[in-house]
Design a protein around this ligand. Sequence first.
Ligand SMILES: Cc1ncc(COP(=O)(O)O)c(C=O)c1O
Length: 409
Amino acid sequence: MFDPYTIKEDFPIFSIKVYDKPLVYLDNAATSHRPKQVIEAIRRFYEEFNANVERGLHYLSQKASEMYEDAHKTIAKFIGARSWNEVVLTYNTTYALNIVALSWGLNNLKEGDEIVLTIMEHHSNMLPWRFIAKKTGAKIKYVTIKKDYTLDYGDLESKISEKTKVIAIAQMSNVLGTINNIKYVTKLAHKVGAIVVVDGAQSVPHIPVNVKELDVDFLAFSSHKMLGPTGLGVLYGKKELLEEISPAISGGGTIRDVTLKEVIWAHIPEKLEAGTPHIAGAIGLAEAAKYLMKLGMDNVRRHERELTEYALKLLKEELEDFVIHYGPTKLNVKGGIIAFNVKGYDHHAVAAFLDTEGIAVRSGMHCAHPLHHHLGLKGTVRASFYIYNVKEDVDTLIEALKKLKRFKQ
Ligand SMILES: Cc1ncc(COP(=O)(O)O)c(C=O)c1O
């Protein structure tokens, strides 16, 4: 049974007080908290198994290597990959997306080719492609959004042609909460021989994601947004694509042999995991993935959908003339992210006020400046949910916003 009140007990952070008030944490799109199971797995690794991986013959190194490989297997299972070696461990989503752009993009794109992006992309899935476009002469085309804040699929279709070589798209917008139809995008892309790179930073922690079903070519996500440690990210890639690319970031751990003339790369995923990896982090992330699998990603999605529905309902019923929400209201295309502004208040001022009430939200442009410019906004306040949030957290947020409204009257 999925019970957010019981789940919350696994998270030590919720024993703290913020200005003598209970913590209402609604900044999960920025980073999540970690349950004691994850913290314990990391502690145990350092206390009982710490060694470098794939390098030593001694007991500890073999044990650590085994645990590190097992972590890949658990993560592969979590996203439905065919094999553990399709899972490359990196440092975060940003780094994973840069690996694709640098290692695949630089070697496969040329003048006349086209890269399709959307205007709702996080900078991490936009700037690496802008860099590659400059280096290779490839052209970028941007897909716009509709009035209801969903992707304009008509515009997407019109921008895909035989020239399209890559479509880079977020599965869930970190501002609007819009869930994009990736299965449809991969179908369109594969018809013209393009690959699809999915930014899963906001989707993988919150909705069931199966890379085989979606038929994505690459998928990037971050451990720290899904209960795991910071400094660790995942790049999933189809085996044949990972095998074909030469690593742009190389060095120790990436080769089978090197002479002064030649390099023979290691097998995947090692050839793309240059240097000593975040071994304890990988073990922590595997524990986080196990925790989420035990809860069931369908249940995670259902819970967040209920909270979103509840929050949108209260905002409409009690604060419609005061709070403007930016994002779809249809729940089948909306994740647990609510970006808004409060009439007459700067977004940072709202976040600072909510902080005094013990409520953690994010304010600003959330690394999605082009989207904010498109909407004509200087910034937004963003509340985002996760497994340990409860309806009372939404009530606290709504009451605080009502208090703010009373100040204006
Ligand atoms: C949609 C999206 N993409 C990419 C990122 C970058 O993630 P990280 O900072 O972990 O690299 C974020 C983080 O906020 C995000 O929300």
